[in-house]
Design a protein around this ligand. Structure first.
Ligand SMILES: [Ca+2]
Length: 145
């Protein structure tokens, strides 16, 4: 799907962050980086469904999340985007996040409600790849979205 000048692809496979990054890279893209509230809302509405459905379809509050391309940079003490190195501003953190649970949460998911949660990089989630729109179509369709 396209938003602005970028294309997005939701993987239906769950993977670790490293595997997700490899998958995106192999397809000429990168793990999604969110640069505005508008993009954040569009992603949530397009791929994560409205928050109203959470308790019906997601077993836990942290279910139904996707990896995004931000990671904790210990040298700066901030979460930054992989591509730009800029601090993550959107999505906003969910309440009580980032909590670095068990001291092992250096990677970030976008939750169904459109907020961020820090998670262990070796946890497995679905993920979204992003790339600048070019002439060629992004990837063959795989289910909806
Ligand atoms: Ca967390």
């Amino acid at each position: 799907m396209a938003f602005g000048s970028h294309c997005y692809y939701l993987s239906h496979m769950e993977a670790t962050v490293d595997d997700a990054m490899d998958f995106c890279k192999q397809n000429g893209s990168y793990l999604i980086e969110i640069n505005s509230p508008l993009e954040n809302t569009w992603i949530k509405d397009s791929y994560l469904l409205p928050v109203n459905g959470v308790t019906d379809t997601c077993p836990k509050f942290y279910s139904c999340s996707v990896w995004i391309g931000a990671r904790y940079l210990s040298s700066s003490g901030k979460f930054v985007w992989n591509q730009t190195g800029e601090e993550m501003v959107y999505p906003e953190w969910d309440v009580n996040q980032p909590n670095n649970r068990k001291g092992q949460q250096d990677c970030v998911v976008l939750m169904r409600k459109g907020k961020a949660n820090d998670r262990g990089c070796r946890d497995k989630f679905q993920f979204i790849c992003e790339k600048a729109a070019k002439v060629l179509p992004f990837l063959p369709p795989e289910g909806e979205g």
